[in-house]
Design a protein around this ligand. Structure first.
Ligand code: FES
Length: 155
């Protein structure tokens, strides 16, 4: 079960919604913010807290790439590999990141500073290829120079 501090914060989030179920996404963000990932135990606790089946919580965690079941690096890079980005060189850029940071998609660097994911359309095809980092910042017309700048900034 979640700690009393968690419950207090989660009750505040829940109070903004008419239906418990509608609060699931912000509650998942809260838990992930606290723990760095969504564990099976957190899914079970959230299911109890919301009186929802745990499979429903798990489906949501698996569906959205912003929820992580493994801990991410301090700077998490998500590169789009869908059609527009693929046609504009996403595969080469993913390979460049892999080589530069010595990691594969789904991995975290040994120092914990960077992690990499390959994701589906980020909704900005007109500025492909597209990178999202730290779940909130975006870089369109991605190229090696922009990748170098991001990596340098987060070393
Ligand atoms: S295909 Fe990459 S952002 Fe849409």
């Amino acid at each position: 079960m979640f700690s009393a501090d968690y419950i207090k914060d989660m009750d505040k989030i829940l109070s903004k919604y008419d239906q418990k179920r509608a609060a699931l996404l912000p509650l998942l963000h809260y838990v992930q913010g606290k723990e760095g990932k969504i564990t099976p135990e957190a899914e079970k606790n959230l299911a109890e807290y919301l009186s929802e089946p745990v499979v429903h919580i798990h489906e949501v965690v698996c569906f959205y790439h912003l929820y992580h079941q493994e801990k991410q690096g301090k700077c998490h890079l998500s590169v789009c590999q869908t059609t527009a980005c693929a046609l504009r060189g996403a595969e080469d850029l993913i390979g460049y990141i892999e080589q530069k940071l010595n990691l594969k998609p789904g991995e975290v660097t040994a120092d914990g500073k960077f992690s990499l994911d390959v994701v589906e359309c980020l909704g900005a095809c007109e500025i492909a290829p597209m990178l999202q980092y730290n779940n909130v910042e975006y870089k369109g017309f991605l190229d090696k120079k922009k990748i170098d700048e991001i990596i340098e900034k987060h070393k």
